[in-house]
Write a protein that binds this ligand. Structure first.
Ligand code: SF4
Length: 407
């Protein structure tokens, strides 16, 4: 895979060495067991795959290069480039300003932009409406474009099935930048509706079956369907695509559920289901699949707790947390700073959008076993910081350096 020029502050020599060794041992990526880092009183089980993905490294390389090459110009990002506070903060400290927040709320009015300004499209991509807006100001919308190719692949898939007269169902978080972008691209080609979870997919299936009055669709899916969506006509032939970072099991279950609904409604079987249901396979990206499979592999090991590191608004990270939470106490933190001391940790409850504070998170026993992973937008240096901080509680400040030296 292509290598990118990412600022060295985001790298961790220790973690790079571990990843490199695992890659050498398992070129086909078949082994999802974690890497054991045994320091005696504390033992880390590091997920097989975690941290910066292709799309994030690509976006970081383009964004920092754009800053370097456009000295003296005003540089804007449409919104957070990726969902990691440190990376966004580093860009802001180099003078980059955000036009919108992550929910699409305008922070800088369009009228303030000038044709000579530089505007960077984030890794999630953007809507056709925003592209047109930039064009009308005189800014080339795709000149500084960090949209991940795996997001574009979803747009292409949606366009492909639209060309065969299928409507598109997008499984994604309706307010997430990527889903808004995918919705915009898809609806320019075909009727489109967004479902955020299985419960919404089940409601949608009732409209496929005609067991709910069609008027209810427009209130239930308010803000999630394309203009002119005709609930009777536009649910007769459908395909499902995803936000790339959803939970793989849920995405598969939703596609299967909708497929079954079409099969039942139109009396179809595996040989003729394609008359009504497009085979999109799932459109999750490789990093989402790898990171979730690595967590599943990691969870097969006995441990006392899990720590998941990443931005609180990061969708892919929250799904790793969700998987861990099913098995053991899990702490979602954005950096080592959230670990106050050996007894206290401040961590994020993404279900209720609030930080929690927990005491005695490290059990008092001879060896503490910790599962450790991070999201696709989290620098490895932050994960190394977490390892170092925990080691310091056991008087082993230098143990990470010693391990790195022997890798
Ligand atoms: S998580 Fe996947 S889709 Fe998102 S930026 Fe990374 S590689 Fe691209």
């Amino acid at each position: 895979m292509k290598t990118f020029n990412v600022p060295v502050i985001y790298r961790s020599p220790l973690i790079s060495a571990i990843k490199q060794r695992r890659k050498q041992q398992d070129k086909m990526k078949k082994d999802f067991s974690p890497t054991e880092l045994d320091f005696g009183p504390v033992r880390f089980l590091l997920a097989r795959h975690f941290g910066f993905c292709y799309g994030v490294e690509n976006a970081i390389e383009i964004a920092f290069k754009t800053v370097d090459e456009n000295e003296g110009k005003r540089i804007f990002l449409l919104s957070e480039m990726i969902h990691n506070p440190q990376v966004n903060h580093d860009l802001q400290s180099r003078g980059v300003e955000f036009i919108m927040d992550t929910s699409g709320k305008q922070l800088i009015p369009w009228e303030d932009l000038k044709p000579e300004d530089v505007v960077i499209i984030p890794a999630f991509g953007t809507t056709l409406e925003i592209e047109a807006k930039l064009q009308s100001i005189g800014i080339q919308p795709l000149q500084y474009n960090t949209t991940c190719p795996f997001v574009e692949r979803v747009w292409n898939k949606a366009e492909q099935i639209a060309g065969k007269n299928y409507s598109v169902i997008v499984h994604g978080k309706p307010k997430h930048e990527e889903t808004r972008a995918t919705f915009s691209h898809s609806q320019s080609n075909t009727p489109t509706v967004v479902v955020k979870d299985m419960s919404e997919a089940q409601q949608l299936a009732k409209f496929i079956h005609g067991t709910l009055p069609k008027e209810d669709f427009y209130s239930m899916f308010k803000g999630q369907y394309s203009e002119g969506f005709d609930v009777e006509k536009d649910l007769q032939r459908v395909g499902v695509v995803n936000q790339t970072t959803m939970l793989a099991s849920e995405t598969q279950a939703i596609a299967d559920y909708i497929k079954q609904a079409m099969q039942d409604k139109y009396q179809l079987n595996e040989t003729n289901i394609s008359d009504r249901f497009a085979d999109t396979r799932d459109t999750l990206c490789y990093a989402t699949n790898d990171n979730q499979s690595a967590v599943t592999g990691m969870l097969e090991e006995a441990a006392d707790l899990a720590i998941v590191v990443g931005g609180y608004n990061s969708s892919n990270t929250s799904h790793l947390v969700e998987l861990c939470e099913e098995k053991l106490p899990t702490y979602f933190i954005s950096s080592a700073d959230k670990i106050d001391n050996k007894n206290e940790i401040t961590h994020y409850d993404f279900h209720h959008h609030q930080e929690l504070y927990t005491q005695n998170f490290l059990p008092n026993k001879e060896t503490v076993n910790i599962l450790l992973t991070s999201g696709a937008s989290c620098p490895d240096a932050i994960v190394e910081g977490v390892i170092r901080k925990i080691l310091s509680f056991y008087g082993m400040e230098n143990a990470a350096d010693e391990l790195a030296a022997h890798m």
